[in-house]
Design a protein around this ligand. Structure first.
Ligand code: SF4
Length: 438
C-alpha cells in the first residue's frame, strides 16, 4: 500500500514532492507539473482531494487555470430519493461540473454523503453547519461548539474534499449588521444559522473560535477550507459595503493561518453586485487573501430577473472569472423561487459553463479558444455535423435546427436567412459560382 510522506497537497508541494494528483491536473491544464507544484506551495492553486475520496478524478482550481464550476445538489424533504439525486449528480458531472456541493437537508445525510464520496469523480463539498441540525436532530440553540466541530470531522472522515466554514462572521459582525441597515441583511444560509446561534447563545462563532481545531482536521484528511462569506451582499444595494469588506479582511487573516498549517484554502465571494464593482472586488480579494482562489456565487448583476437568474449570474460570473475568480457556483432559473428540478439544473450548468469558457478565452488560458475556432471553421463550411461536435449543448442546437429546416435546401443554410444565407453567398462568390437567390 502507498505510504504518503506528506499530509496535504500543499505540504507535498512545499516539500518539493510532485503527487499523482499534481501530474493528472498538469496534463488536464496543459501546464507543467512544476507550475502546479509552485502554485500549490504558495496557495494560489488548490487541488481539493480528500485522502478518503477514492473515486475522485482530481482537478485544480486557480485564477491562471481553466475556470471550474460547482453544482449544488443533495437530498431534501421534497426530493429524498438517494438514487434519483445520484442520477442528477452524474448528469451534472457529464455536463462538465468539476464539483458537487452536497447541501442535503433531510434524513440520514451521511448515507448520501458516503455514496457520493464512493461514486462521484467530481470534487465533493459540504457546508457542515447545515448538516449539524439534521445530524443531531436537535434545535439550533441546543447545539454546542463541539457539536459543530465534530460534524466537520465526520464530513472529513466521509471523504469530503472541501468544507464551507463561515469563520469570518463574529460577534462584531452581529453589531455591524444591526447598525448598517442593509436591505437584505444576511442571505447566506450557513451565515444566518451561525448569526442565529450566536444571538441565541451569546457565544462567539464556534467556527472562528475553534478554527485551529478545524485546521487540524483538514490537515489530517487534506480537506480544503472554503472560507464562507456569511455577509455576501444579497442585493445590489448591499454590495461592497463595510460588512462585506470587514468579513473579507478577516478571511484574509484566516487564510494566512491555514497556510501556516499547510491547509489548502479558497475564499467564497459575492453574491449580488453591480457589474462595475465586480473587477474591483476581485482585485481586493486577491490582495487581501494573497491570491488564494476565489469561489464566487454569481455574482448576480441585477435583482429584478427571477426565473432568469442563471443569466444574471452568468454575466457576473464571466466578468468575475475574467477578472481573477477561479471557481463559479452555478445558479439556476429557480434561484430565489424553488428547489431546482432536473431541467433547471441543466440550464444552470450550461449558463455557468458559458461564463467560465468566455472568461478563459478573455484571460488567455492556453488552448481555451481552440474549440471556438473549430466551430467558426465548421460554420464557414456550413458543416452542421462538425458544428454539433463543437457545440456546448449539441442536443438543444440540433433540435432547434431540425424543428424548422429551410424549405428547399436542407443541407446548406438554416431557415434564419434561407437563400439569403450570407455564408453560402460568400462561399459561392469566392468560388466564382452563381448565387441563386430567387
Ligand atoms: S442562413 Fe443565415 S443564420 Fe443560417 S447559416 Fe446562413 S447566414 Fe447563418
Amino acid at each position: 500500500m502507498e505510504t504518503r510522506n506528506y499530509t496535504t497537497q500543499m505540504d507535498a508541494a512545499r516539500k518539493g514532492i510532485i503527487t499523482e494528483e499534481m501530474k493528472i491536473v498538469a496534463k488536464k491544464e496543459n501546464v507543467s507539473e512544476e507550475f502546479i507544484r509552485a502554485g500549490l506551495a504558495d496557495g494560489t492553486i488548490i487541488i481539493p482531494a480528500n485522502k478518503n475520496h477514492k473515486s475522485l478524478d482530481p482537478n485544480a482550481i486557480g485564477s491562471k487555470l481553466k475556470t471550474k464550476i460547482n453544482v449544488n445538489l443533495g437530498v431534501s424533504r421534497d426530493c429524498k430519493d438517494y438514487d434519483l439525486e445520484m442520477e442528477k449528480v452524474m448528469k451534472a458531472v457529464n455536463m462538465g461540473a468539476e464539483a458537487i456541493m452536497d447541501l442535503s437537508s433531510h434524513g440520514d445525510t451521511e448515507i448520501f454523503r458516503k455514496k457520493l464520496c464512493s461514486e462521484c469523480p467530481a470534487m465533493v463539498g459540504t457546508v457542515p453547519v447545515y448538516d449539524a441540525v439534521i445530524h443531531y436532530k436537535r434545535d439550533l440553540k441546543e447545539l454546542t461548539a463541539k457539536d459543530f466541530i465534530d460534524v466537520v470531522r465526520l464530513h472529513a472522515q466521509n471523504g469530503v474534499d472541501f468544507v464551507t466554514v463561515h469563520c469570518g462572521i463574529t460577534k462584531k459582525t452581529v453589531e455591524q449588521i444591526k447598525a448598517n441597515n442593509r436591505i437584505m441583511n444576511i442571505v447566506s444560509r450557513g451565515g444566518s444559522l451561525i448569526f442565529a446561534w450566536m444571538s441565541m447563545t451569546g457565544n462567539e462563532n464556534p467556527f472562528y473560535e475553534y478554527y485551529d481545531e478545524i485546521l487540524d482536521i483538514c490537515r489530517e484528511y487534506d480537506v480544503t477550507v472554503s472560507l464562507g462569506d456569511a455577509c455576501r451582499p444579497g442585493c445590489l444595494a448591499d454590495a461592497s459595503d463595510l460588512v462585506q469588506i470587514d468579513e473579507l479582511t478577516r478571511l484574509g487573516e484566516l487564510t494566512k493561518r491555514a497556510w501556516e498549517k499547510d491547509v489548502q484554502v479558497m475564499i467564497e465571494g459575492p453574491g449580488h453586485m453591480p457589474m462595475d464593482q465586480i473587477a474591483a472586488n476581485m482585485k481586493i480579494q486577491q490582495t487581501i487573501c494573497k491570491g488564494a482562489p476565489f469561489y464566487v456565487l454569481g455574482p448576480l448583476v441585477t435583482d429584478i430577473a427571477p426565473g432568469y437568474d442563471h443569466i444574471t449570474a452568468a454575466i457576473g460570473g464571466a466578468i468575475a472569472a475574467a477578472s481573477g475568480a477561479a471557481f463559479l457556483c452555478y445558479v439556476t432559473p429557480a434561484e430565489h423561487l424553488a428547489l431546482p428540478n432536473l431541467e433547471d439544473v441543466a440550464q444552470g450548468i450550461v449558463a455557468s459553463k458559458i461564463a467560465a469558457h468566455a472568461a478563459d478565452i478573455a484571460k488567455g488560458v492556453p488552448g481555451a479558444r481552440d474549440q471556438d475556432d473549430r466551430m467558426a471553421r465548421a460554420r464557414r463550411k456550413l458543416d452542421w455535423d462538425a458544428q454539433w461536435l463543437e457545440a456546448l449543448d449539441p442536443e438543444t442546437a440540433k433540435a432547434i435546427r431540425n424543428s424548422r429546416l429551410p424549405e428547399d435546401d436542407h443541407s446548406e443554410a438554416c431557415s434564419m436567412c434561407g437563400k439569403f444565407c450570407a455564408v453560402r453567398s460568400i462561399n459561392k462568390a469566392l468560388a466564382g459560382e452563381t448565387i441563386d437567390i430567387l
